[in-house]
Design a protein around this ligand. Structure first.
Ligand SMILES: *Cc1c(COP(=O)(O)O)cnc(C)c1O
Length: 469
């Protein structure tokens, strides 16, 4: 019975909107944010406090003006930041699809900015003074870098697969090994893309073994294509067999059926130079004689999201002229970014310095360890002593469906707290400013240094200092 008057008293002590707006720190907020946004946030905060009191919560903190302003400052920062924002990738996964895949190089970004902020010759032939094709800006460099006879580009590799199938095999059969009927993240499944393109899937072989004879038997008058798909994010180990591309090409030639390879990540350089296992390159597939191939712009290539299609002139021409192409077309900023990225490949020896994806792959364990030690030192200073901070050696992955089993030795900082589960530390870091995304291993929260650049160090340490304090 004594509760009621208490509640009434608390409700009456909630400050009025106008009073809160006159608080010096709120006035400062009004200098940085639009007035309507601040007023809305103040109203919402006061409503929430009222609801909490009505729900039975008590205590003077609920109506304390200073604590309200603290909360308001935090909320304004959150409200004012865009939904799509920078995060710190401390997962060690270089091509993390959920975290935006490849980071662009600065030189590439400058070229995109130039095209974004000015008019350009996007579809204008400067010498002839007439309408041109947007693809020309990347076709020559693609041909030069890869040795392909012809090239074109679309929005992403999923679009490339759809378009190639629609242009070359609509209403006809496409032969694929059962071991390659893959699903990759974001609901891209070969059988479903095939159905959407209007091509008819002709499965051959088994999950673990497919022989050349299986393809040969499936070929008939209705066969439009032999398709080979990079298994990307999985491997079948043990008793397995697949048909090498060059054997498939020989079969296709004999039968007069073109061969299409969906390379997925599609590297232009031999990754053994970065201490990784051999991954067939785009050039190797072209040399093997494939009629057409496609791969992503933002996986191992290290550029913007795009789908690159290379192959024989006649085939590329059919793909380019298909009506779906207009719906899947590449945007001008992407085109500028792709051209600039490809130009870097003209000097492959500079890639580790100029292309972030390659820089991540090339960073030595010594450098990573040194970085981890620095992070440990700072965190020990800034975090409560109840945290245990250690440097450990672990492995990181390329990601993006490239080399799923290849492990790169790395150094990580492991955080453990007696009173907090690793999942709770992970959540706090993830909800910080900027968000720090790490991973959990053996009950510890890990910050993998492979994907944390020098320029990420300060923001990451500040964010963790605040979120874990
Ligand atoms: C990643 C991938 C795709 C899809 O490429 P996006 O550029 O993400 O559209 C298609 N096929 C394979 C084999 C892949 O690895």
């Amino acid at each position: 019975m004594t509760e009621r008057p208490d509640r009434q008293r608390l409700l009456r002590s909630i400050p009025k909107v106008d009073l809160l707006l006159e608080h010096p720190r709120v006035e400062a907020l009004l200098g940085s944010y639009p007035r309507w946004l601040v007023v809305e946030a103040v109203r919402k905060l006061l409503d929430e406090r009222r609801a909490r009191i009505l729900a039975g919560e008590a205590g003077p903190r609920l109506v304390d003006g200073e604590s309200m302003v603290d909360e308001l400052e935090e909320r304004m920062e959150e409200l004012a930041s865009p939904s799509l924002r920078r995060v710190i990738n401390a997962t060690g996964v270089v091509l993390h699809t959920n975290l935006g895949r490849a980071l662009l190089s600065r030189e590439v970004w400058r070229q995109m900015e130039e095209v974004a902020l000015n008019y350009s010759n996007l579809e204008y032939h400067l010498e002839r003074g007439e309408r041109g094709l947007r693809y020309v800006h990347v076709v020559d460099i693609l041909k030069k870098v890869t040795g392909a006879p012809a090239a074109m580009v679309v929005n992403n590799n999923a679009a490339a697969v759809l378009l190639v199938l629609a242009a070359l095999a609509r209403g006809r059969e496409v032969v694929v090994s059962r071991g390659e009927l893959i699903e990759i993240g974001g609901s891209f499944r070969i059988p479903e893309v095939m159905a959407a393109s209007g091509a008819v899937l002709r499965e051959v072989g088994t999950t673990n073994k497919t022989h050349l004879g299986d393809y040969a038997e499936a070929i008939n008058d209705d066969t439009a294509l032999l398709l080979k798909v990079h298994p990307s994010n999985y491997r079948i180990l043990g008793f397995t067999q697949s048909v090498p591309l060059k054997d498939l090409v020989a079969l296709g030639r004999e039968a007069g059926v073109p061969v299409y390879e969906d390379l997925g990540s599609g590297s232009l350089v031999d990754l053994r130079a970065y201490g990784l296992p051999h991954e067939p390159t785009v050039q190797e597939s072209l040399k093997a004689g494939v009629s057409v191939l496609s791969f992503s712009g933002d996986k191992l290539l290290g550029g913007p999201q795009a789908g690159i299609v290379l192959g024989e002139e006649g085939i590329i021409e059919r793909v380019r002229r298909h009506p779906l192409n207009r719906a899947l077309r590449i945007d001008k900023l992407t085109l500028a970014g792709l051209e600039a990225t490809l130009r870097l490949y003209m000097e492959p020896e500079t890639l580790a310095r100029r292309l972030p994806t390659m820089a991540f792959l090339a960073t030595s364990l010594e450098v990573l360890k040194e970085r981890a030690c620095r992070v440990k030192g700072v965190l020990e200073e800034r975090l409560p002593s109840s945290f245990s901070v250690r440097v450990i050696e672990d492995v990181s992955y390329v990601g993006g469906g490239a080399l799923p089993l290849a492990e790169m030795p790395t150094a990580a900082v492991a955080l453990i707290h007696a009173g907090l589960a690793a999942s709770e530390i992970e959540e706090r870091a993830r909800r910080g400013y900027p968000p720090v995304i790490g991973r959990i291993k053996d009950e510890a929260f890990l910050l993998d240094m492979r994907t944390v650049r020098e320029e990420d160090m300060g923001p990451m340490l500040d964010s963790l200092g605040r979120s874990l304090a």
